[in-house]
Design a protein around this ligand. Structure first.
Ligand SMILES: Cc1cc2nc3c(=O)[nH]c(=O)nc-3n(C[C@H](O)[C@H](O)[C@H](O)COP(=O)(O)OP(=O)(O)OC[C@H]3O[C@@H](n4cnc5c(N)ncnc54)[C@H](O)[C@@H]3O)c2cc1C
Length: 427
């Protein structure tokens, strides 16, 4: 995308083409303008169009240009915050509502994929949250028991069963979450966009919003070459936000995250590494993740940006880490490399904002945006359709607030990941 092989890497190489779209030209009317063409915006457009509303998406670059087209592809249920801590962080009503909504969100993703026949390499094989050492085991044991208390289909696996499933003896155990799975994220968002267009939505790419101003009872949302006037505006620009809602970007601390994809592995290796095709991430502070794509490439990721000195450091570390995790792999070369920025909030929870009357959005997914973005997009559509009120949303209303020392924290994440991978953080 935009001729940058480090932006969307493997996903750009293997996703079906995006539906044909054009930049916005001239002035138009709509019922809802949606700014941003990622999971949140496209899901909102799809659900609004299916309800017969004229919804227009304005995307500054291409469909999936932001986090949606760069991520690992783990369809997670829930957030980083422990389930029992959510009611404490948000109050009982919002906490329980959010848990319920996010616990069920992977099912919505899978149902939409099935309903619209989206070819996006969906694997419904669950995810393994792998424990590193005794501390990691303590964490996942507690997490498993909190989810099990709520009836979620999660299971604690011992070290031997984890080794059998992962193909590595590196872990003290794992939490298997059968609600979750993996997909090809760019293919998924492009497929959702195709479904939204088929349902009647308009999507304009290359249409960066530069201003939003009052026009009668509604809003005039302007790009360089045109405008849309509508009563409602949905802001779904998240960590990549520019223009009138750059507050959303400033509210988050960007954590860089990279992925490297091997060439397709041999049948022998595929029978020993993730033979069940679960998606994996671990409990380390500078975490690692891995999963297979449909062609059998191993996709390995961790914190860091593949730029400046970072590229050589992270790639060299990943080769060492893979050797330790999977000695059977031998030495590897990577077919694709890419990275993006994950927007982290100060309490690791997403936000609901009303920027002005009928100008609303969710953001701040903390690296968990596939399922939450899809379900929150539908929730925004329900708000516009008056099927839900603000009081019934899964998050309380909040104002965007810049965290203290944000630029320093971002520097720390990028430099800290380089330092950790340079001195040889194991895997
Ligand atoms: C490297 C990486 C790994 C991740 N791994 C996972 C994972 O495994 N599982 C998971 O669930 N989540 C993961 N995430 C998080 C997930 O990708 C995001 O949470 C998700 O993409 C958020 O969706 P969104 O639609 O809200 O925003 P985005 O997908 O970021 O889309 C926002 C869009 O808004 C557009 N935009 C911004 N400003 C304007 C403007 N002024 N005018 C018009 N358009 C504008 C951008 O171009 C962009 O396309 C990861 C993220 C990254 C970066």
């Amino acid at each position: 995308m935009l001729n940058d092989p480090h932006s969307h890497g493997l996903w750009e190489k293997t996703a079906p083409p995006a539906p044909a779209t054009q930049p916005l030209m001239g002035d138009q009317q709509a019922e809802v303008v949606i700014v941003g063409g990622g999971f949140t915006g496209i899901s909102a457009a799809l659900h609004l169009a299916e309800a017969g509303r004229r919804a227009v998406v304005l995307e500054g670059a291409d469909i999936g240009f932001g986090g949606a087209g760069r991520n690992v592809g783990l369809i997670n249920a829930g957030m980083w915050v422990m389930p029992d801590d959510l009611p404490g962080a948000l109050g009982d009503i919002h906490g329980e509502r959010l848990l319920d909504m996010l616990g069920n969100a992977p099912r919505l993703v899978m149902d939409l994929i099935e309903k619209h026949g989206i070819a996006c390499e969906l694997e419904r094989k669950g995810t393994l949250h792998c424990a590193v050492g005794a501390e990691g085991l303590k964490e996942i044991t507690e997490r498993a028991s909190q989810w099990q208390k709520r009836g979620a289909p999660v299971m604690l696996l011992d070290a031997a069963e984890t080794a059998r499933r992962v193909g590595s003896r590196a872990y003290a155990g794992s939490l298997l979450d059968m609600r979750a799975g993996t997909l090809q994220p760019l293919a998924y968002v492009r497929g959702l966009a195709k479904a939204a267009i088929a349902a009647g939505a308009d999507i304009h790419t290359g249409s960066r919003v530069v201003a939003c101003e009052r026009s009668g009872d509604g809003w005039r949302v302007r790009t360089d070459r045109g405008s849309i006037t509508a009563p409602w505006v949905i802001v779904s620009t998240d960590a990549y936000s520019t223009g009138p809602w750059s507050d959303v970007r400033r509210e988050q601390v960007h954590l860089p995250y990279f992925n490297l994809a091997t060439q397709p592995l041999s049948p022998d290796l595929l029978s020993s590494i993730l033979p069940g095709r679960e998606g994996v991430w671990d409990t380390k502070e500078i975490l690692s993740s891995f999963r297979m794509d449909q062609a059998g490439r191993l996709i390995f990721g961790s914190v860091g940006a593949l730029r400046n000195t970072g590229r050589a450091i992270h790639v060299a570390w990943a080769k060492r880490a893979l050797k330790r995790l999977f000695p059977q792999l031998g030495s590897v070369e990577f077919e694709c490399e890419w990275f993006g920025k994950i927007g982290m909030t100060d309490n690791a929870l997403p936000r609901f904002h009303r920027f002005a009357d009928k100008v609303v959005g969710f953001s701040g997914y903390n690296g968990r945006g596939i399922a939450p973005g899809t379900v929150f997009g539908r929730t925004l559509a329900q708000l516009v359709l008056c099927e839900k009120t603000e009081a019934e949303l899964p998050l309380p209303l909040s104002d965007p607030k810049e965290p203290a020392l944000r630029p320093l924290k971002e520097l720390y994440y990028e430099a800290g990941a380089q330092a950790a991978h340079f001195v040889g953080e194991r895997f």
